[in-house]
Ligand binder design. Sequence first.
Ligand SMILES: NC(=O)c1ccc[n+]([C@@H]2O[C@H](COP(=O)([O-])OP(=O)(O)OC[C@H]3O[C@@H](n4cnc5c(N)ncnc54)[C@H](OP(=O)(O)O)[C@@H]3O)[C@@H](O)[C@H]2O)c1
Length: 341
Amino acid sequence: MIDPMDVVLVGATGAVGQEMLRVLEQRAFPVRQLRAIASPRSAGGTVTFRGQALTLQAPSASVFAGAAVALFSAGSSIALEWGPIGAAAGCLIVDNSSAFRMDDDVPLVVPEVNGHRIPPRGGAVVANPNCSTIQMLMALKPLHDLAGLEHIVVSTYQAISGKGARAVDEFERQQRALLAGENPPTEILPGVLAGNLLADWKHEPSGFSEEEIKIVAESRKILEIPGLRISPTCVRVPVRNAHSQSVWVRFRRPITRAEAIACLRAAPGVVVDDRIGPGQHPQPRQVSGSDAVAVGRIRQDLDDPQALSLWIVGDNLRKGAALNAVQIAERAFGVTPPTSA
Ligand SMILES: NC(=O)c1ccc[n+]([C@@H]2O[C@H](COP(=O)([O-])OP(=O)(O)OC[C@H]3O[C@@H](n4cnc5c(N)ncnc54)[C@H](OP(=O)(O)O)[C@@H]3O)[C@@H](O)[C@H]2O)c1
């Protein structure tokens, strides 16, 4: 039995922060006091945890005093400003932004993939990978252990919740505007997503988007394969929640559909959908709200016995962010969630 601890949640009003509150409650994380932090704009408002209204505070050094863990989901600048202050106060910082992910001294962790990198207690920073990286590696790491990854070609179909609460709101207003025959608003998004597709991330001079580069760099770091070949294309789709990915992957040795299915069935946090037929595959509407990453449409390549095609769907707010962060805290403090969680 672990003693209840004080927990700081930075970004408590956001898309990930709201999911964090649900995950902490559902997994009965041993919270003595939850300190809910948001921007100064939201200070004095409330969020709900275990049926109680918690008053929101703006960040300050005092909120970390005596806390065991601080879960951050407020973006990179807030993480860079307050993460080191929280760590110096003795908290384990688990950060969802990209601020620390590629820092050599900071573990970048998916517990099912490289949980051995989690430091045992407080006073350290652990980075949560990008949501797309997490769900892809949940499926590919077990297959890597079986047959050795050689080249990954991934195309993503990413939900709007991955861009935060204000983007979800704008997307819904865009949908209503289109139905009303009005001009859709584009203050948050760089274009119209309703009824459309967008690559809405910042782009680098190479032409790749930041999201694409994150999948490559983060996967290499987590798997500890610096030269792994990964060819990404990231696209935002007009889906509210749960990211989908089409993945073609070549291995170092031949691998069959049956071997891949057996391997993924044994993988923690993965569910296999081996149905074949129209509409018979993991879908964001069904996977949204689930903890497990769903893998379906597992196909042997038509010409290459060393390659497979897969369809991977995961809830970006849960396993892609909040759940992964809480699992890191659980592992660090030896907390076992109830089997029903
Ligand atoms: N959405 C996803 O699927 C996902 C997945 C993986 C990682 N992430 C990462 O997680 C982080 C949060 O994403 P999100 O989607 O939850 O964003 P979001 O919905 O926009 O939420 C941002 C949160 O940060 C808070 N915040 C903003 N400025 C602040 C300040 N000066 N001080 C303290 N808090 C401040 C906001 O509070 P107010 O409400 O007061 O503005 C809000 O609670 C980002 O780094 C994102 O890249 C997101």
